[in-house]
Design a protein around this ligand. Sequence first.
Ligand code: MOS
Length: 717
Amino acid sequence: MSRVEALEKVTGRGKYAAEYTVPGVVHSVMVGSTIPHGKIKRINTEKAKRAEGVLEIITHEHKPLVHGLSTEALIQETRFGLPVFHTDTIQFKGQPIALVVAETLEEARYAASLIQAEYEVLPYEVDFDAARKKVALNPAGKDRGEGWKEAAHSVEAEYHIATEVHHPMEMHATIAHWVDDTHLKLYDKNQGVNNVQRTIGRLFNIPPQNIEVFSEFVGGGFGSGLRVWSNALAAVMAAKAVKRPVKLMLTRQQMFSLAGYRPAAWQKVKMSADAQGKLVSVHHQAQNATSQYERFSDGITRVTRLIYHIPNVRTEESIVPLHMSTPTWMRGPGDCTGDFAIESALDELSYKLKIDPVEFRYRNLALDKHPENGLPWSTNYVKECIEIGARKIDWDKRSPEVGKIKEGDWQIGYGMAVGAWNAGRGNASAGMSLDAKGNLIVKTAMTDIGTGTGTGMMNMAQEFLGIPTHKIKVELGHSSLPSAGSQGGSTGLSSISGAVNAAANELKGVLLTLAQKIDASFGTAQAKDLRLSEAGLVFGDKQISYEKLFAQNNDQAIEVEASSGPGEERRKYAFLSSASHFVKLGVHAQTGKVKILQYVCVADGGKIVNTQAAANQMSGAVVGGIGMALMEEAVVDPKAGGWIGDDFAGYHFAVNADAPLIEIEFVNKPDVNINPSGAKGLGEVGIIGAAAAISNAIYHATGKRLRSLPITPDKIL
Ligand code: MOS
């Protein structure tokens, strides 16, 4: 079944944040600092002020005071991180130093080009590799067993990951409209409208419920929308100053420094196994870059304690402050980075042991319980994921020897890796409204960032109520709807399923009360025995039409709302989503070009609520993984700070032409403990494992073990 929002999306009727028509709206453009560290000595706005159409120029010297940024303590409290326009201190290149507001976008952009700042330049550090060597590692979690332990076979290597940037198709944008002094409307690109309410509420010292957030259509997120960034703050400030609605959209270049990124990382893995191919120990060290003003830790070694039974584990991490903007969660945050190193090391060790990489994993999977906290898995189908994937790519039929398969100028290689992610669930509410014609609206504030949340909600409502899908409409991504957490960490559908289920039961309860007034035989019914058909409420072989039912309700629509969240089950079980990644690729002998020939990803996300949407999400994640492995790299300018090539010519990611037909398959077994739908969450596991599978396949093709992402042709040759 197609997406509920498909028609609105492809016809352009669905509105993204910056596309709303707000009467009287004016436009704004952000001006960024040209140095990575220092103080603004003087900022010359005179020429810009005189330019045509200019209404206002906000700088740290001329601004409406933002409550949440007015003291050091409040800045900590708001957790906004960056005191935009409230300091003369510059901590990264591109830090907003001015906002120009004008009648038109062109006028604002021209005036912005006239603004000049003089700085006192202070020493800065933007070189992650140089800086990280000065930062000590700290324990990340308790040693398991003896920590590090030698064994018959071992590998030891360092791994590097370049900075990657989310780059959703829709740039971050906000239209801010003060309705009065304490009420605000925000048309905003984000992954959680309630989070936007809270953050902006804290900053401007108004109750969150005074802020109405519209985010019905979101053009991708990948984690960049899990925080509120300077564009929202600046638009709200400007709207206050000019007393008109203000629109602000980041440019593609600004997306490199003003909406987070996956931080560059260094890792070192030591891994040992006995002669029987049982893992004995792993020692995993990791460092990731962060900014000077926030301590972002990606949690890179978390995954090391998750998938395999390893009796001795030591993990250490630290973060490395640079004069760069703050990184944030991005597609399989942390685990994606850590998994690359761990699954590469496993592959390397398997060749040393002369055990097939698949078999080596089978011998070490922690299939009974969470290897760290000891809780039994509610469900764990990692092994099934591997088995199905191996079968689909004909793993056993390949020549296991390294560098042996050739097709013309191409060296062919097969590689595999495993990805896993703690399957989470948050609190969420959902509403339902049923009218006298039997039309149902299912509602939640949760956004749909392109993953198919709304479609999944429709499928779940259909399952829980029985009502045909053509009678169902979905409303989401708006703050007046029943509250929900942000859409992230592969928790969206898992969280909302409980709420949709609870609302469905409420609705049945109300209908049952009405039915019992009409037909005494409904007296013995319970909510679970009831079904909503096209025409009415069904109990066994009895049906009461909507017309009759609603006559009992003065023909008024029935409105219910219910909440649900994680509970006792979290103390009894551990929950895991997982995936296997299998790759067949070619490496061109002369140019070092890598061509992915076949990609199989088999995932366990519990019950698959909507196969098309789930498969879309997974193949999209795999394309992200191909980008991570082979292309994506934001390059820092070591002299001037900031990024080099901060546009789509300089920053490459995988497009359809770089991806084969990606085969997605699901184990599709419900996890009955996690939530009423049995869905565990997908998304993250579509990228966690991809980079290692590709790197492992390049090794199989060429005999070259490459441990620095992205694996560009220069590294292969
Ligand atoms: Mo994602 S990093 O769960 O948006």
